[in-house]
Design a protein around this ligand. Structure first.
Ligand SMILES: *Cc1c(COP(=O)(O)O)cnc(C)c1O
Length: 382
């Protein structure tokens, strides 16, 4: 009688420490250092893998390999890295659509999406918008070329059913891109849920130290990947080798960071729910959160992200709260090892109340962080 060996799939923690590393070679480092090169020795025909620094770089190659292994471990995919999340978003949008096309964007997504909208409209592309939560996107898909999804959304933390929307978009002939910044590939795999592109800002939780800007695009269709690569060549939006190397180095701790941050974020959200002076507490991991049901179905490993949002009574209360925090920097961005928080309304780009706080949970000890937050709430409650 033959027995089938038990299927063993690699765990995320195991995968991240080796992602993108070359085969071990005697007397070589396990992770090669950054390659600084504007050009490469190139005798004869000018074909790759490495010709000129705007086209390829061995440090990008390893990082792209690593991110691809995390976004799409079970199916071949290509990743193209960019110097920022906006670089990656622009590459997908502007490589996939032309004048006369229709694009559907979220109306509550990342605050720079309106800049994309402005540019698209100037180029003769019709832009329709829909909120992330609910299914209003479905009514906008007719004739669309591209559906852009951000789930969970920043800063509102709404989610949408990626598989359902991707199926509907494909039936309508549209390609689907998902901004996976908040979840990271360990928290969500958009390509497995039917999306054509997973796009993210690696500036946030992916690299997690607040010292690098990065973006990437992962997709399985080689032709679409080639289009994105061609856009990078055209725009010249390339990441520096040092930044690419730092990003790759930081991936080894991705599972440790996102697990710790998600667990503390949930504990903080639960503590905030107990406070009568805090309203509108949102975190997709909260069982009672409007986003939880869909998030639980499509996100992975209980990793609902490091962001908690909530509302204090007015701008001044929020400002007093932020300045009373001792362990939390008043700063934008999210996903870093050090907790940050900000009054989101100060940027003017998001439709949020004046007292809306976006809180990014770092890797501090949860009891210390929660005590700091509760103490700052008490101190600012006058
Ligand atoms: C920060 C962010 C971006 C933009 O990324 P940059 O690296 O700052 O260019 C895009 N999408 C989301 C959801 C973000 O949070």
């Amino acid at each position: 009688m033959s027995t089938t060996p038990e299927q063993h799939t690699t765990g995320d923690g195991t995968r991240v420490v080796r992602a993108g590393l070359p085969e071990p070679e005697a007397y070589r480092p396990s992770m090669p250092g950054p390659v600084f090169a504007a050009h490469y020795h190139l005798p004869g025909e000018p074909v790759g893998p490495y010709t000129y620094g705007r086209e390829q770089n061995p440090t990008w190659t390893l990082l792209e390999q690593a991110i691809g292994e995390l976004e799409s471990p079970d199916e071949a995919a290509e990743t193209v890295v960019f110097p920022s999340g906006m670089g990656a978003i622009s590459a997908v949008v502007f490589s996939q659509v032309s004048a006369g096309d229709v694009v559907v964007l979220p109306d509550d997504g990342y605050q720079a999406l309106p800049l994309i909208r402005e540019r698209l409209e100037a180029y003769g592309v019709e832009v329709r918008t829909a909120p992330t939560a609910g299914e209003a996107q479905l009514a906008q898909l007719e004739g669309a070329k591209l559906l852009w999804i951000e789930s969970p959304s920043n800063p509102g933390l709404d989610v949408c059913d990626i598989r359902r929307l991707a199926d509907a978009a494909h039936r309508a002939g549209a390609v689907v891109a998902v901004d996976n910044t908040l979840a990271t590939p360990l928290g969500q795999r958009p390509l497995d849920l039917g999306a054509d592109f997973s796009v993210a800002s690696g500036t946030k939780a992916l690299t997690g130290h607040g010292d690098v800007l990065l973006g990437y695009v992962t997709c399985r269709d080689p032709e679409r990947a080639a289009g994105v690569r061609q856009w990078r060549r055209t725009a010249g939006a390339i990441v520096g080798p040092m930044e690419a190397w730092l990003a790759h180095r930081s991936l080894a701790t991705l599972q440790l960071r996102v697990d710790r941050q998600a667990a503390t974020a949930l504990a903080l959200a639960e503590a905030l729910l107990e406070r009568p002076d805090v309203t509108g507490v949102r975190h997709p991991g909260l069982p009672g959160d409007p986003a939880h049901r869909v998030a639980a179905r499509q996100m992975r490993g209980g990793r609902y992200g490091c962001v908690v949002s909530f509302v204090l009574d007015g701008r001044e209360r929020a400002e007093r709260f932020l300045s009373a925090l001792r362990l939390v920097d008043d700063a934008t961005s999210f996903g870093g090892v050090r907790s940050t928080a900000e009054r989101r309304g100060r940027w003017g780009g998001d439709a949020v109340p004046e007292g809306f706080v976006r809180f990014s949970v770092g890797v501090e000890d949860a009891p210390d962080l929660i005590a700091d937050v509760l103490g700052a709430l008490d101190a600012s409650d006058r």
